[in-house]
Ligand binder design. Sequence first.
Ligand SMILES: C[S@@+](CC[C@H](N)C(=O)[O-])C[C@H]1O[C@@H](n2cnc3c(N)ncnc32)[C@H](O)[C@@H]1O
Length: 322
Amino acid sequence: MFRQFFLVTIMLLLLPRQTLTFLHTRSPPLHLPRLLSTQYTIDPPSRNETVKLLPLLSRIHTNKQNFLAHHVVPAHTIAAFDSFKALLPNLPSLNGARNLILDHGCGTGTSTYNLAALHPNHYVLGIDRSSDRLSRGRTFPPDSHLFLDPSNPRVILLRAEISSFMILLSSFLTAPDFSFTVTHQKIYYPNPYPPTKLLSSRVYGLPSFPILLSLGGEIELRSNWEHYVDQFSIAVQALDELEQRSPRPISKRVLPSAAPGVSRFEDKYFKCNEACFGTTFLPPPLTNSRKRDRRHVRRGVVQTGVHSVPGERKSPANYELS
Ligand SMILES: C[S@@+](CC[C@H](N)C(=O)[O-])C[C@H]1O[C@@H](n2cnc3c(N)ncnc32)[C@H](O)[C@@H]1O
C-alpha cells in the first residue's frame, strides 16, 4: 500500500507542470489542490469572493454616469492623450485598415513589441503609468509622454493613467477624425491585489471597467492567478448582462509555457514553471438596437471633455457607452 502511494506520488511529481495544472483547471468543481507552486503562486481566497463582486459590479454600473461626470483626469494623462491624438493623422492605414491594439499596463513595453510582430497590420499602443518601466532601454523625448520607435513605427508607448486615458479615448472613438478600430485589448499580468478587501483595486473592480468593455475588440487577460482570471470572466458576464449586451464567447486556457513569454512578467513566470492562465472574450454580437445606438453615436451625440481646473479635465459629461 505504502509502496503504491509512493509510486503515484513520484509519478505526479515527474509529470510536467502544465499537465498538472491542466487537470486542475479542467475540473473546476473538483478543486484539486495545487500540486506544485512557486514563490509567485497566489492561493485562492478562503471565502467566496463572488458574493462581494456582484454587488460591487452592480454599484459600478449604477454609478457609471456619475463616475464619468466627476472623474478628474490628471494633467499628465491629458498631455499624453493630446500627443496621441496629434499623432493619429500621421499614421498611414496598413493594408487598407487602421487597426489599433491596446496593451493595458504594458510595463517595459516587451509585450507591445511582441504584439506588433504578431499583428503586422496593426498599430499597438502600450500604456503604462510608470515612467521608470517605460524608459527601460529607451529615452523618451524631453517633457514627452509619448515614445515612437523609428525602427518600429507601429509601436506607440504612452505614459498615462489607464482609467483616465480610457475615458478620453471612449469619447474620441466616435469622433469623425478618429478613424481607427480597437480590434484587441490585452491585459497582461495586472497587479493582482490578492486580499478581498482590495477587490475594488483589481481591473474588474474599478469604476472604469465598463469603459474598458465599451472600447470594443477582442479582450484577452493573462494572469498567473487562476482565481483572478475566473473572477474577471464573471465580472465581464455580469456587466454585459447589466448593460443588456449579448453574452460574449469566452475561452479559457492554460498557457503553454514556451519561453520567452509575451511579456516580461510572463517570461519570469515561465522560467520558474509558474502556471499562467489566459482568457479571451470575443466582442459581443451586435443586436439590432445596439446597431441603431451606434449609428446614433456616430451622428455626434458624444461631447468632448470640459476643462475644469487648469491642467485637469473633468470627464465628458455626455457619454454613450455602447
Ligand atoms: C504587474 S505589471 C505587468 C506589466 C506587463 N503587462 C507584463 O506583463 O510584464 C503591471 C503594470 O501595470 C501598470 N499599471 C498599474 N496600474 C496602472 C494604471 N492605473 N495606469 C497605468 N498603468 C498601470 C504598472 O505600472 C505595471 O507596469
